[in-house]
Ligand binder design. Structure first.
Ligand code: A3P
Length: 296
């Protein structure tokens, strides 16, 4: 199958000042010229912030009622296009998006804000930005890089954490990513900025806010269905959303639906790493009003 063509453990490259791998830059022109439609819904996030959770929430909100077959037969990564994906041997994300027959189309991206296609802003389509606190994000990314062979070699945890702080991750610096989209949101009413921690704390409240942004008004019953269906334990068991069908992911090393918690960083950071991280964080985040919670 096409998976045999995939370059594994690719090197990080510097791409216009952002660390990337070629899986996400090879289709660059088509990404930059991508024609968004006014009714498209975009999910934007730094990797490992919960974008699959958000993908499934949106898919259920829009199509859970009307198309039950979809839920049992099409994996989530085929329902939701991944804009910048350009894995060798697979149709690129831009093509995948153009082939989506649903309205709205749900499309996800991990691009930092300066790389977003111009048509996002020209068409004023809705963008849901999902962010997650840096410490849990780093831990989740570490385990993902261990099990996902299309990521660069992760090295050991300490090494990985230093690289995270230096912005040497696929899709670059977490700090630049979350603050870049946050600044954009101050001038763009089509961005809804969300936090993983808020969703863990009170998914009902966050669904209400999300629906109000999207202009949706699901019944209590529908909302309950979304809450149950997208619960971590249920997503972990659901082959259509847990990524178990992708052979480049090594589920013996880690799982895609790994823990789904706030605060797992405490099981990974040493006291010294935590102090170093906090000190560095203060400097990197000193000019932003953006605030995260590392516990709920
Ligand atoms: P952990 O590795 O901390 O468990 P993404 O989908 O953007 O790659 O993010 C993956 C992270 O979101 C993983 O974090 C994964 O377990 C978590 N996640 C996925 N579905 C979730 C859910 N329904 N509830 C809570 N966390 C979820």
């Amino acid at each position: 199958d096409s998976f045999t063509e995939l370059p594994l453990r690719p090197p990080l490259i510097d791409f216009h000042g952002v660390s990337m791998v070629r899986h996400f830059t090879d289709n660059w022109e088509n990404i930059q010229n991508f024609q968004a439609r006014p009714d498209d819904i975009f999910i934007a996030s730094f990797p490992k912030s919960g974008s699959t959770w958000m993908s499934y929430i949106l898919d259920l909100l829009y199509f859970g009622q009307t198309d039950p077959v979809r839920q049992t037969s099409i994996p989530i990564y085929e329902r939701v296009a991944f804009l910048e994906s350009s894995y060798r041997g697979f149709p690129p994300g831009t093509e995948q998006a153009d082939k989506l027959t649903t309205t709205p189309r749900i499309i996800k991206t991990h691009l930092p804000v300066q790389f977003a296609p111009k048509s996002f802003w020209e068409k004023n389509c809705k963008v849901v930005y999902l962010s997650r606190n840096s410490k849990d994000n780093a831990v989740s990314y570490f385990h993902f890089a261990r099990m996902n062979k299309t990521q660069p070699e992760p090295g050991d945890w300490n090494n990985f954490l230093q690289r995270f702080m230096n912005g040497k991750m696929v899709f670059g610096s977490w700090y630049d990513h979350v603050t870049g989209w946050w600044e954009k949101k101050q001038t763009q009413s089509n961005i809804h900025y969300m936090f993983y921690e808020d969703m863990i704390e009170d998914l009902g409240r966050e669904l209400d806010r999300l629906c109000s942004f999207l202009g949706l008004s699901p019944s209590e019953e529908e909302k309950e269905r979304v809450k149950v269906g997208t619960h971590f334990d249920n997503m972990k068991k659901n082959d259509m959303v847990n990524y178990t069908r992708i052979p480049v992911l090594d589920f013996k090393v880690s799982t895609f639906m790994r823990k789904g918690k706030v605060g797992d960083w405490k099981n990974h950071f040493t006291v010294a790493q935590n102090e170093q991280f906090d000190e560095d964080y203060k400097i990197k985040m000193k000019n932003t009003t953006l605030q995260f919670r590392t516990v709920v």
